[in-house]
Design a protein around this ligand. Sequence first.
Ligand SMILES: Nc1nc2c(ncn2[C@@H]2O[C@H](COP(=O)(O)OP(=O)(O)OP(=O)(O)O)[C@@H](O)[C@H]2O)c(=O)[nH]1
Length: 382
Amino acid sequence: MKPTLDSSRDIDGKGPASSKRPVRYIKWLSLSLMSFMALMVLIIYEARWVLPEIQTYFSQSGNLTGQQLATRSRHYLQDAQARLLDIPGPEERAAAITDIELAYGLFDVDVYHQHYDCTSPSLSVLDETVTALENNNVLPVILARELLDPIACLTRIEMGQLDLRGEAINSFSDRTRWHNQVLIYTSLLIFAFGLLFWWLHDRQLRRTEKATQETLRWMERAMRDPLTGIGNRSALHQDVMQQEQQSLGLVLVDIDFFKQYNDTMGHPAGDALLRHLVLLIADALPEEATLYRLGGDEFAALLPCKDVDALGRYCQQLHLQVQQSAFSHAAHPNKKQVTLSIGATCFIPSRVGFPRAYEAADKALYQVKTAGRDDWHIIAIA
Ligand SMILES: Nc1nc2c(ncn2[C@@H]2O[C@H](COP(=O)(O)OP(=O)(O)OP(=O)(O)O)[C@@H](O)[C@H]2O)c(=O)[nH]1
Protein backbone atom coordinates (compact mmCIF):
# COMPACT_ATOMS: atom_id res chain seq x y z
CA MET A 1 0.00 0.00 0.00
CA LYS A 2 1.34 3.41 -0.91
CA PRO A 3 0.30 6.17 1.46
CA THR A 4 -0.35 8.85 -1.13
CA LEU A 5 -2.40 6.56 -3.34
CA ASP A 6 -5.54 6.32 -1.27
CA SER A 7 -7.62 6.33 -4.43
CA SER A 8 -10.92 5.64 -2.68
CA ARG A 9 -10.99 9.27 -1.59
CA ASP A 10 -9.60 10.78 -4.81
CA ILE A 11 -12.01 13.02 -6.58
CA ASP A 12 -11.50 13.12 -10.32
CA GLY A 13 -14.84 14.73 -11.04
CA LYS A 14 -15.92 12.06 -13.49
CA GLY A 15 -17.93 9.82 -11.18
CA PRO A 16 -20.62 12.21 -9.94
CA ALA A 17 -20.82 14.00 -13.30
CA SER A 18 -21.41 10.79 -15.23
CA SER A 19 -24.02 9.64 -12.72
CA LYS A 20 -25.92 12.89 -13.28
CA ARG A 21 -25.88 12.52 -17.04
CA PRO A 22 -29.03 10.33 -17.24
CA VAL A 23 -30.89 12.90 -15.12
CA ARG A 24 -29.81 15.58 -17.59
CA TYR A 25 -31.11 13.52 -20.52
CA ILE A 26 -34.43 12.90 -18.77
CA LYS A 27 -34.88 16.64 -18.22
CA TRP A 28 -33.91 17.33 -21.82
CA LEU A 29 -36.44 14.74 -22.99
CA SER A 30 -39.21 16.25 -20.88
CA LEU A 31 -38.43 19.66 -22.36
CA SER A 32 -38.61 18.20 -25.88
CA LEU A 33 -41.89 16.54 -24.98
CA MET A 34 -43.28 19.84 -23.73
CA SER A 35 -42.21 21.58 -26.97
CA PHE A 36 -43.81 18.78 -28.98
CA MET A 37 -47.06 19.10 -27.00
CA ALA A 38 -47.06 22.86 -27.57
CA LEU A 39 -46.62 22.21 -31.27
CA MET A 40 -49.51 19.77 -31.32
CA VAL A 41 -51.78 22.28 -29.55
CA LEU A 42 -50.77 24.89 -32.12
CA ILE A 43 -51.52 22.56 -35.04
CA ILE A 44 -54.94 21.70 -33.62
CA TYR A 45 -55.65 25.38 -33.02
CA GLU A 46 -54.61 26.21 -36.57
CA ALA A 47 -56.71 23.36 -37.99
CA ARG A 48 -59.75 25.03 -36.42
CA TRP A 49 -59.19 27.94 -38.81
CA VAL A 50 -58.32 26.02 -41.94
CA LEU A 51 -61.13 23.48 -41.80
CA PRO A 52 -64.11 25.89 -41.99
CA GLU A 53 -62.46 27.58 -44.96
CA ILE A 54 -62.29 24.30 -46.81
CA GLN A 55 -65.91 23.63 -45.95
CA THR A 56 -66.96 27.10 -47.06
CA TYR A 57 -65.22 26.65 -50.37
CA PHE A 58 -66.70 23.26 -51.16
CA SER A 59 -70.25 24.16 -50.13
CA GLN A 60 -70.69 27.42 -51.97
CA SER A 61 -74.04 26.35 -53.45
CA GLY A 62 -74.75 22.96 -52.08
CA ASN A 63 -73.42 20.19 -54.31
CA LEU A 64 -73.19 22.32 -57.41
CA THR A 65 -71.35 25.58 -57.51
CA GLY A 66 -73.12 28.70 -58.77
CA GLN A 67 -71.27 28.53 -62.04
CA GLN A 68 -72.28 24.92 -62.74
CA LEU A 69 -76.01 25.66 -62.18
CA ALA A 70 -75.89 28.52 -64.65
CA THR A 71 -74.02 26.37 -67.21
CA ARG A 72 -76.60 23.61 -67.06
CA SER A 73 -79.46 26.05 -67.25
CA ARG A 74 -77.86 27.65 -70.30
CA HIS A 75 -77.43 24.24 -71.98
CA TYR A 76 -81.14 23.51 -71.52
CA LEU A 77 -82.03 26.87 -73.02
CA GLN A 78 -79.67 26.34 -75.95
CA ASP A 79 -81.19 22.89 -76.53
CA ALA A 80 -84.67 24.47 -76.50
CA GLN A 81 -83.46 27.18 -78.86
CA ALA A 82 -82.08 24.58 -81.27
CA ARG A 83 -85.40 22.73 -81.24
CA LEU A 84 -87.35 25.94 -81.97
CA LEU A 85 -85.10 26.90 -84.86
CA ASP A 86 -85.69 23.48 -86.45
CA ILE A 87 -89.38 24.19 -87.33
CA PRO A 88 -90.64 21.98 -84.53
CA GLY A 89 -93.59 19.59 -84.51
CA PRO A 90 -95.78 19.13 -81.42
CA GLU A 91 -93.29 16.71 -79.80
CA GLU A 92 -90.38 19.04 -80.34
CA ARG A 93 -92.39 21.94 -78.89
CA ALA A 94 -93.21 19.82 -75.82
CA ALA A 95 -89.52 18.91 -75.48
CA ALA A 96 -88.60 22.60 -75.83
CA ILE A 97 -91.10 23.49 -73.06
CA THR A 98 -89.53 20.82 -70.80
CA ASP A 99 -86.04 22.18 -71.52
CA ILE A 100 -87.13 25.73 -70.71
CA GLU A 101 -88.85 24.61 -67.50
CA LEU A 102 -85.73 22.69 -66.44
CA ALA A 103 -83.62 25.73 -67.24
CA TYR A 104 -86.05 27.88 -65.23
CA GLY A 105 -85.66 25.59 -62.18
CA LEU A 106 -81.90 25.90 -62.26
CA PHE A 107 -82.03 29.62 -63.01
CA ASP A 108 -84.40 30.62 -60.21
CA VAL A 109 -81.74 30.70 -57.48
CA ASP A 110 -81.66 33.25 -54.65
CA VAL A 111 -77.99 34.02 -55.20
CA TYR A 112 -78.67 34.95 -58.87
CA HIS A 113 -81.61 37.16 -57.88
CA GLN A 114 -79.44 38.93 -55.30
CA HIS A 115 -76.36 39.51 -57.44
CA TYR A 116 -77.53 39.62 -61.09
CA ASP A 117 -80.29 42.08 -62.03
CA CYS A 118 -80.88 40.34 -65.34
CA THR A 119 -82.27 37.29 -63.51
CA SER A 120 -85.88 38.37 -62.91
CA PRO A 121 -86.44 39.79 -66.45
CA SER A 122 -84.90 36.62 -67.91
CA LEU A 123 -87.18 34.38 -65.84
CA SER A 124 -90.18 36.47 -67.01
CA VAL A 125 -89.05 35.93 -70.60
CA LEU A 126 -88.90 32.16 -69.95
CA ASP A 127 -92.43 32.25 -68.44
CA GLU A 128 -93.77 34.11 -71.46
CA THR A 129 -91.99 31.78 -73.88
CA VAL A 130 -93.50 28.69 -72.26
CA THR A 131 -96.97 30.30 -72.37
CA ALA A 132 -96.52 31.21 -76.04
CA LEU A 133 -95.34 27.70 -76.87
CA GLU A 134 -98.27 26.17 -75.04
CA ASN A 135 -100.71 28.47 -76.87
CA ASN A 136 -98.78 28.04 -80.11
CA ASN A 137 -99.51 31.64 -81.09
CA VAL A 138 -95.98 32.91 -81.77
CA LEU A 139 -93.57 31.75 -84.43
CA PRO A 140 -90.89 29.39 -82.94
CA VAL A 141 -88.14 31.39 -84.63
CA ILE A 142 -89.24 34.49 -82.77
CA LEU A 143 -89.39 32.56 -79.50
CA ALA A 144 -85.92 31.21 -80.17
CA ARG A 145 -84.67 34.76 -80.53
CA GLU A 146 -86.44 35.71 -77.28
CA LEU A 147 -84.26 33.16 -75.49
CA LEU A 148 -81.09 35.05 -76.42
CA ASP A 149 -81.40 37.49 -73.50
CA PRO A 150 -81.80 34.80 -70.80
CA ILE A 151 -78.85 32.90 -72.37
CA ALA A 152 -76.75 36.07 -72.29
CA CYS A 153 -77.78 36.59 -68.66
CA LEU A 154 -76.78 33.04 -67.77
CA THR A 155 -73.42 33.51 -69.53
CA ARG A 156 -72.87 36.63 -67.46
CA ILE A 157 -73.72 34.71 -64.31
CA GLU A 158 -71.31 31.93 -65.31
CA MET A 159 -68.50 34.42 -65.79
CA GLY A 160 -69.33 36.15 -62.51
CA GLN A 161 -69.43 32.85 -60.64
CA LEU A 162 -66.13 31.80 -62.20
CA ASP A 163 -64.61 35.02 -60.94
CA LEU A 164 -66.05 34.42 -57.47
CA ARG A 165 -64.69 30.90 -57.53
CA GLY A 166 -61.25 32.17 -58.50
CA GLU A 167 -61.39 34.71 -55.70
CA ALA A 168 -62.44 32.00 -53.25
CA ILE A 169 -59.54 29.80 -54.37
CA ASN A 170 -57.08 32.67 -54.11
CA SER A 171 -58.33 33.70 -50.70
CA PHE A 172 -58.25 30.07 -49.56
CA SER A 173 -54.67 29.57 -50.71
CA ASP A 174 -53.66 32.93 -49.21
CA ARG A 175 -55.16 32.03 -45.86
CA THR A 176 -53.64 28.55 -46.04
CA ARG A 177 -50.22 30.03 -46.77
CA TRP A 178 -50.62 32.46 -43.89
CA HIS A 179 -51.60 29.70 -41.47
CA ASN A 180 -48.72 27.55 -42.70
CA GLN A 181 -46.30 30.39 -42.06
CA VAL A 182 -47.72 30.93 -38.58
CA LEU A 183 -47.28 27.23 -37.96
CA ILE A 184 -43.69 27.11 -39.23
CA TYR A 185 -42.46 30.27 -37.48
CA THR A 186 -44.17 29.40 -34.22
CA SER A 187 -42.70 25.88 -34.38
CA LEU A 188 -39.26 27.40 -34.90
CA LEU A 189 -39.87 29.76 -31.99
CA ILE A 190 -40.96 26.93 -29.72
CA PHE A 191 -37.93 24.91 -30.80
CA ALA A 192 -35.61 27.87 -30.17
CA PHE A 193 -37.16 28.41 -26.72
CA GLY A 194 -36.77 24.69 -26.03
CA LEU A 195 -33.07 24.92 -26.93
CA LEU A 196 -32.64 28.05 -24.85
CA PHE A 197 -34.29 26.51 -21.80
CA TRP A 198 -32.22 23.37 -22.23
CA TRP A 199 -29.02 25.39 -22.51
CA LEU A 200 -29.89 27.45 -19.40
CA HIS A 201 -30.79 24.32 -17.51
CA ASP A 202 -27.62 22.56 -18.64
CA ARG A 203 -25.48 25.54 -17.67
CA GLN A 204 -27.09 25.63 -14.23
CA LEU A 205 -26.48 21.91 -13.87
CA ARG A 206 -22.81 22.28 -14.82
CA ARG A 207 -22.39 25.12 -12.31
CA THR A 208 -23.97 23.04 -9.56
CA GLU A 209 -21.75 20.09 -10.47
CA LYS A 210 -18.67 22.31 -10.40
CA ALA A 211 -19.62 23.70 -7.00
CA THR A 212 -20.21 20.19 -5.69
CA GLN A 213 -16.85 19.05 -7.02
CA GLU A 214 -15.18 22.05 -5.42
CA THR A 215 -16.83 21.29 -2.07
CA LEU A 216 -15.78 17.66 -2.32
CA ARG A 217 -12.23 18.72 -3.15
CA TRP A 218 -12.18 21.01 -0.10
CA MET A 219 -13.51 18.22 2.07
CA GLU A 220 -10.88 15.91 0.63
CA ARG A 221 -8.15 18.42 1.44
CA ALA A 222 -9.54 18.90 4.93
CA MET A 223 -9.07 15.17 5.53
CA ARG A 224 -5.42 15.10 4.43
CA ASP A 225 -2.18 15.98 6.11
CA PRO A 226 -0.56 18.55 3.82
CA LEU A 227 3.04 17.61 4.72
CA THR A 228 2.91 13.88 4.03
CA GLY A 229 -0.22 13.58 1.84
CA ILE A 230 -1.73 10.84 3.99
CA GLY A 231 -5.05 11.09 5.84
CA ASN A 232 -5.39 12.92 9.13
CA ARG A 233 -7.25 12.06 12.33
CA SER A 234 -10.65 12.85 10.75
CA ALA A 235 -9.91 10.46 7.87
CA LEU A 236 -9.02 7.76 10.39
CA HIS A 237 -12.37 8.21 12.17
CA GLN A 238 -14.24 8.14 8.90
CA ASP A 239 -12.47 4.98 7.69
CA VAL A 240 -13.13 3.20 10.95
CA MET A 241 -16.84 4.06 10.68
CA GLN A 242 -16.94 2.62 7.17
CA GLN A 243 -15.55 -0.73 8.37
CA GLU A 244 -17.59 -1.17 11.52
CA GLN A 245 -18.07 -4.91 11.12
CA GLN A 246 -14.41 -5.71 10.24
CA SER A 247 -11.72 -6.91 12.56
CA LEU A 248 -9.17 -4.09 12.38
CA GLY A 249 -5.66 -3.56 13.64
CA LEU A 250 -4.85 -0.09 14.94
CA VAL A 251 -1.10 0.66 15.06
CA LEU A 252 0.16 3.88 16.66
CA VAL A 253 3.70 4.93 15.78
CA ASP A 254 5.69 7.69 17.49
CA ILE A 255 9.22 8.85 16.68
CA ASP A 256 11.56 8.78 19.61
CA PHE A 257 13.28 12.01 20.57
CA PHE A 258 11.95 13.85 17.55
CA LYS A 259 12.22 17.16 19.36
CA GLN A 260 15.96 16.62 19.65
CA TYR A 261 16.11 15.63 15.97
CA ASN A 262 14.47 18.92 15.03
CA ASP A 263 16.67 20.86 17.36
CA THR A 264 19.91 19.44 15.94
CA MET A 265 19.01 18.82 12.28
CA GLY A 266 16.59 21.68 11.79
CA HIS A 267 12.87 21.76 11.12
CA PRO A 268 13.09 21.11 7.34
CA ALA A 269 15.14 17.97 8.00
CA GLY A 270 12.49 16.98 10.55
CA ASP A 271 9.85 17.38 7.81
CA ALA A 272 11.88 15.26 5.42
CA LEU A 273 12.21 12.55 8.06
CA LEU A 274 8.43 12.56 8.59
CA ARG A 275 7.89 12.07 4.83
CA HIS A 276 10.52 9.32 4.64
CA LEU A 277 9.04 7.50 7.59
CA VAL A 278 5.62 7.48 5.94
CA LEU A 279 7.07 5.61 2.97
CA LEU A 280 8.96 3.27 5.23
CA ILE A 281 5.93 2.44 7.38
CA ALA A 282 3.82 1.90 4.26
CA ASP A 283 6.48 -0.45 2.92
CA ALA A 284 6.68 -2.46 6.14
CA LEU A 285 2.93 -2.91 6.58
CA PRO A 286 0.67 -4.96 4.26
CA GLU A 287 -0.83 -3.51 1.09
CA GLU A 288 -4.29 -3.10 2.67
CA ALA A 289 -2.97 -0.88 5.47
CA THR A 290 -3.94 2.81 5.41
CA LEU A 291 -1.72 5.41 7.04
CA TYR A 292 -2.67 8.57 8.93
CA ARG A 293 -0.74 11.33 10.59
CA LEU A 294 -2.41 12.17 13.87
CA GLY A 295 -0.23 15.21 14.55
CA GLY A 296 3.41 16.08 15.29
CA ASP A 297 5.48 12.90 15.10
CA GLU A 298 2.60 10.52 15.71
CA PHE A 299 1.25 8.21 12.98
CA ALA A 300 -1.47 5.59 12.88
CA ALA A 301 -2.12 2.65 10.59
CA LEU A 302 -5.41 0.84 10.06
CA LEU A 303 -5.22 -2.66 8.62
CA PRO A 304 -7.18 -5.90 8.62
CA CYS A 305 -6.41 -7.92 11.74
CA LYS A 306 -6.83 -11.69 11.54
CA ASP A 307 -5.43 -12.15 15.02
CA VAL A 308 -3.08 -10.48 17.50
CA ASP A 309 -0.12 -12.69 16.42
CA ALA A 310 -0.38 -11.52 12.83
CA LEU A 311 -0.56 -7.92 14.04
CA GLY A 312 2.53 -8.55 16.19
CA ARG A 313 4.41 -9.80 13.15
CA TYR A 314 3.67 -6.58 11.30
CA CYS A 315 4.81 -4.48 14.29
CA GLN A 316 7.99 -6.52 14.50
CA GLN A 317 8.60 -6.10 10.77
CA LEU A 318 8.14 -2.34 11.03
CA HIS A 319 10.43 -2.09 14.00
CA LEU A 320 13.07 -4.13 12.20
CA GLN A 321 12.81 -2.16 8.99
CA VAL A 322 13.42 1.14 10.80
CA GLN A 323 16.41 -0.35 12.52
CA GLN A 324 17.82 -1.59 9.22
CA SER A 325 17.22 1.70 7.47
CA ALA A 326 19.45 3.33 10.08
CA PHE A 327 18.33 6.96 9.65
CA SER A 328 20.95 8.99 11.43
CA HIS A 329 19.80 10.78 14.61
CA ALA A 330 22.84 12.40 16.21
CA ALA A 331 20.85 13.70 19.19
CA HIS A 332 19.41 10.29 20.04
CA PRO A 333 20.70 9.61 23.62
CA ASN A 334 21.96 6.08 22.93
CA LYS A 335 21.18 4.66 19.46
CA LYS A 336 22.32 7.61 17.31
CA GLN A 337 19.72 6.59 14.74
CA VAL A 338 16.00 7.12 14.39
CA THR A 339 13.92 4.71 16.43
CA LEU A 340 10.18 4.25 16.76
CA SER A 341 7.85 3.38 19.60
CA ILE A 342 4.89 1.31 18.47
CA GLY A 343 1.66 0.47 20.27
CA ALA A 344 -1.17 -1.58 18.74
CA THR A 345 -4.44 -3.36 19.29
CA CYS A 346 -6.96 -5.46 17.41
CA PHE A 347 -10.68 -4.57 17.50
CA ILE A 348 -14.08 -4.69 15.78
CA PRO A 349 -15.51 -1.14 15.81
CA SER A 350 -19.17 -2.17 16.11
CA ARG A 351 -18.35 -4.24 19.22
CA VAL A 352 -15.61 -2.29 20.96
CA GLY A 353 -15.89 1.25 19.73
CA PHE A 354 -13.01 3.30 18.39
CA PRO A 355 -12.29 5.38 21.56
CA ARG A 356 -11.62 2.20 23.53
CA ALA A 357 -9.40 0.77 20.84
CA TYR A 358 -7.45 4.01 20.55
CA GLU A 359 -7.02 4.11 24.29
CA ALA A 360 -5.65 0.54 24.28
CA ALA A 361 -3.17 1.24 21.45
CA ASP A 362 -2.10 4.49 23.08
CA LYS A 363 -1.60 2.72 26.40
CA ALA A 364 0.59 0.12 24.64
CA LEU A 365 2.60 2.94 23.07
CA TYR A 366 2.98 4.68 26.41
CA GLN A 367 4.24 1.46 27.95
CA VAL A 368 6.94 1.24 25.26
CA LYS A 369 7.88 4.87 25.86
CA THR A 370 8.17 4.40 29.60
CA ALA A 371 10.07 1.15 29.15
CA GLY A 372 12.83 2.97 27.24
CA ARG A 373 11.37 3.40 23.72
CA ASP A 374 12.51 1.68 20.46
CA ASP A 375 10.14 -1.26 20.79
CA TRP A 376 6.58 -2.39 20.10
CA HIS A 377 3.79 -3.65 22.29
CA ILE A 378 0.23 -4.88 21.76
CA ILE A 379 -2.63 -4.69 24.23
CA ALA A 380 -5.47 -7.09 23.47
CA ILE A 381 -8.93 -5.78 24.31
CA ALA A 382 -10.87 -8.19 26.51
N1 LIG B 1 9.76 19.10 11.64
C1 LIG B 1 8.57 19.06 12.20
N2 LIG B 1 8.45 18.97 13.52
C2 LIG B 1 7.23 18.90 14.08
C3 LIG B 1 6.07 18.95 13.31
N3 LIG B 1 5.01 18.86 14.13
C4 LIG B 1 5.49 18.75 15.40
N4 LIG B 1 6.85 18.78 15.37
C5 LIG B 1 7.73 18.68 16.46
O1 LIG B 1 7.75 17.36 16.97
C6 LIG B 1 8.24 17.41 18.28
C7 LIG B 1 7.50 16.46 19.15
O2 LIG B 1 8.09 16.48 20.41
P1 LIG B 1 7.61 15.56 21.59
O3 LIG B 1 6.10 15.50 21.58
O4 LIG B 1 8.28 16.06 22.79
O5 LIG B 1 8.14 14.15 21.21
P2 LIG B 1 9.58 13.58 21.19
O6 LIG B 1 10.60 14.68 21.15
O7 LIG B 1 9.65 12.65 20.02
O8 LIG B 1 9.68 12.84 22.53
P3 LIG B 1 9.26 11.36 22.81
O9 LIG B 1 8.04 11.10 21.95
O10 LIG B 1 8.89 11.33 24.23
O11 LIG B 1 10.38 10.52 22.44
C8 LIG B 1 8.11 18.87 18.75
O12 LIG B 1 9.41 19.43 18.88
C9 LIG B 1 7.38 19.56 17.63
O13 LIG B 1 7.82 20.88 17.41
C10 LIG B 1 6.22 19.09 11.90
O14 LIG B 1 5.26 19.15 11.15
N5 LIG B 1 7.47 19.13 11.40
